[in-house]
Ligand binder design. Structure first.
Ligand code: MOS
Length: 734
């Protein structure tokens, strides 16, 4: 019962199953949750980025109307640290007077209404003992961390090969800090019932948040329930158990009422992570005919003062091209800045900009077409492991994209194509994304009315998880879509993987595959010794499913419906669990492949005004089997918009003297709007991947990657000017 080759419900662009709920307002996001006796919390944040709180004056706030309590480090109970995942957990808040970043929480005010809480929070004043913050990578006091994750790579001898290469090129590229801006403000509603805690939260990882809260409040995991059926976007911001979530739960415990805490937009800039800045140095060597002989990629990224951030910027370069001598180094510098954190395609977004810009620059040094240079150095096998990829259609991405885009029309000489006052440029970038998959569990039930209920404690952050898992479950059980319900976002369900790292569809889909297969086995066991059943004695591999029936492969007439089987055996329902863990590459003899892609971009530049417009984007993506072309296309389109933001607009500005975020509003922090977004064509190519039973790879993050390099490369082609610093701003173009 694998579904490869005979998919009926999978692949088609079915509409989102949760669409009607969302457009009618019936879908309850965390900040829609209410209780009759709900209290509201507001935060007080540090206005300095280094030092200590000497005194907090809470008197006026405490006597303000409606205020129930004010919690500071002076009266907060001690809280335990949460567990680290692949991302370290921020320390529990209000545990001391030390300040490490601007926006760190100093107090939480709880009141009858949100307005009262906010007004009272404004009455709290702080006296500080200031220290001089470290806000600049160049600051000699800054602590540097080498090889933070043991992920640095060394293949051959890049330095030696560079010294003897026919042609070498090297340059430094920088990328700005960016901030995740999901439209849904992060919100938490926490309620205690005795020693049992229920939390509604905008998390991307309910299972991990439950563990975190149980540790922080020293209660069993079974005493915590996290609910996140709808999340208003995340882009990575919801992967950690943030201090505001702990504060909402703490406040609810202290006032003996449910408490709601909704972050303001400025608080979103300091409280839920942001993409670190990078300074990257890339050196490449090649033979005269364009064969790479060496790549050396060094990246330094910013980091907050405590805890880690998994953000491999250089490491991805090691598997991008067939090149015998490669060395990659990632380093971090600790600064007095709010926590950095995953933001869609963490590491790869920045690393790809440096590598794919450098490849473009090398192509000019060699006089080789940028597309040819990439194809000449195509990695047929995984360059590090030496194993064949579990799937790879990057060559097809380049070829299909070039054809659709009209790459061959490109004039080889920069600055020579014009359309009226506009300079026209073509640029491209290749993408070899990371592979990632976490363990995941799921549960499947079939009921005597012939409907099925499948579920797991994951989230759908807008990617389409509800929809594709409904399709997949229906396909695997042989039911119509309308007869299958997929539930998620509740830790009472089997533990799920995070909606992150572009790994959820593979992890959850594989768990759903296992659960559905186990369920079918359980149904067949029910009739195993039933002489009246045409399925008696059948194993799961001898049957197929469709139209609510199980029948013997090759003899559609010999079968029975789920409903009949359950009725005949007096059962109301049957349930089975399934779990997935990533396969072992050595055992399979395959290198696990992430998604691949190629981006082709046309830009137009008005050289007199420094105006830059993206005119066209063609994205060709190999993400293995596509479960739903409509939602997958939306992922790539959304990611492309994010990539245009990173390339041309987004920059989180930290005031060097104070560590304050200077542009923490939608008025000041630029994100692309509709007028900035061109025609976007998205095409999927490739075959089902061989690393998981359903053949999928991730589409969540790759949509952002490659845009920055493709745009910068197109800008160079249009103008002859090479921009090595993101975002690309008007002053760089004048
Ligand atoms: Mo993603 S940055 O792992 O949501």
């Amino acid at each position: 019962m694998t579904m490869v080759g005979r998919a009926r419900l999978v692949g088609a662009g079915v509409n989102r199953v949760d669409g009607p709920m969302k457009v009618t307002g019936a879908a309850h996001y965390p900040n829609d949750v209410s209780f009759p006796n709900l209290a509201h919390a507001a935060l007080v944040r540090s206005t300095i980025s280094a030092g200590r709180v000497r005194r907090l004056d809470t008197g006026a706030a405490l006597s303000a109307p409606g205020v129930l309590t004010v919690i500071t480090h002076e009266n907060a109970p001690s809280l335990d640290p949460a567990q680290d995942t692949f991302l370290s957990a921020p320390p529990p808040p209000l545990q001391g007077d030390r300040i490490l970043h601007y926006g760190q929480y100093l107090a939480v005010v709880v009141a009858d209404t949100a307005e009262q809480a906010t007004a009272a929070a404004g009455l709290i004043s702080a006296e500080y003992e200031r220290a001089e913050p470290v806000t600049d990578m160049e600051d000699p006091r800054a602590e540097w961390i080498d090889d933070p994750w043991g992920a640095d790579t060394r293949r051959g001898d890049a330095r030696a090969a560079l010294a003897t290469a026919d042609v070498t090129f090297e340059a430094t590229y920088t990328t700005a800090e960016n901030t995740n801006n999901p439209l849904g403000l992060f919100a938490t509603v926490a309620a205690w019932d005795g020693d049992t805690l229920t939390v509604h939260d905008a998390t991307q990882w309910p299972t991990s948040l439950r563990t975190a809260l149980s540790r922080v409040f020293r209660i069993p995991e079974g005493a915590v329930r996290v609910l996140a059926p709808y999340v208003g976007g995340g882009f990575g911001a919801g992967l950690r158990p943030w201090p505001h979530v702990m504060l909402a739960a703490l406040a609810a415990r202290m006032v003996h009422r449910p408490v709601k805490l909704v972050l303001t937009r400025p608080e979103m800039f300091t409280g839920i992570g942001h993409r670190p800045a990078t300074v990257q140095h890339v050196a490449i060597g090649a033979t005269r005919d364009g064969r790479l002989v060496a790549i050396d990629h060094d990246s330094v990224s910013t980091l907050q003062m405590e805890g880690d951030n998994l953000e491999m910027c250089a490491a991805g370069t090691a598997a991008a091209y067939a090149c015998p001598n490669v060395s990659t180094r990632d380093r971090q510098v600790r600064l007095n800045i709010p926590w950095v954190n995953s933001m869609r395609a963490p590491g790869e977004a920045q690393g790809n900009f440096a590598l794919e810009s450098a490849m473009d620059e090398l192509s000019y040094a060699l006089g080789v077409d940028p597309l040819d240079l990439r194809l000449r150095n195509y990695a047929e096998n995984h360059p590090g492991l030496g194993l064949p990829w579990s799937s790879k259609a990057l060559r097809e991405c380049f070829e299909v994209g070039a054809e659709l885009f009209g790459w061959s029309r490109r004039s080889p000489r920069p600055g020579t194509t014009r359309d009226g006052d506009w300079l026209v440029g073509y640029g491209l970038a290749g993408i070899s994304y990371f592979w990632y998959q976490a363990p995941c569990q799921a549960r499947a039930t079939v009921r005597k009315d012939g409907t099925a209920w499948v579920r797991s404690a994951v989230t759908d952050i807008g990617t389409g998880t509800y929809t594709v898992m409904t399709q997949l479950s229906a396909e695997l059980l042989g039911l119509d879509l309308e007869r299958v319900t997929f539930d998620l976002g509740d830790t009472d369900l089997p533990p799920g993987a995070q909606a992150g790292g572009s790994g959820l569809t593979a992890a959850l889909g594989s768990a759903v595959h296992a659960a559905c297969r186990n369920l079918l086995r359980a149904v067949l066991e029910t009739v195993a010794h039933d002489p009246t059943s045409p399925l008696a004695g059948c194993g799961v591999d001898e049957v197929t499913v469709s139209g609510g029936r199980i029948h013997r492969i090759g003899t559609p007439g010999r079968g029975e419906s789920y409903a009949d089987i359950l009725a005949a055996h007096g059962l109301t329902e049957l349930t089975a669990d399934g779990a997935s863990t990533p396969a072992d590459p050595q055992e399979l003899g395959l290198a696990p492949a992430g998604p691949f892609g190629a981006r082709f971009v046309e830009v137009r530049i008005d050289p007199d005004l420094g105006l830059l417009r993206v005119a066209r984007v063609v994205s060709v993506i190999d993400a293995g089997r596509i479960l739903n072309e409509k939602t997958a296309t939306s992922q790539i389109v959304g990611g492309t918009v994010g990539g245009i933001g990173m390339a041309m607009f987004e920059e989180t500005v930290t005031d060097a003297d104070t560590g304050r975020i200077a542009n923490a509003t939608f008025g000041d922090y630029l994100i692309p709007v509709n007028a900035d977004i061109p025609d976007m064509e998205v095409v999927f190519v490739g075959e089902p991947d061989r690393f998981n039973p359903i053949g999928v790879k991730g589409v969540g993050e790759i949509g952002l990657v490659g845009m920055a390099a493709a745009i910068a490369n197109a800008v160079h082609h249009a103008t002859g000017r090479r921009i090595r610093s993101l975002p690309i701003t008007i002053d760089q173009l004048l």
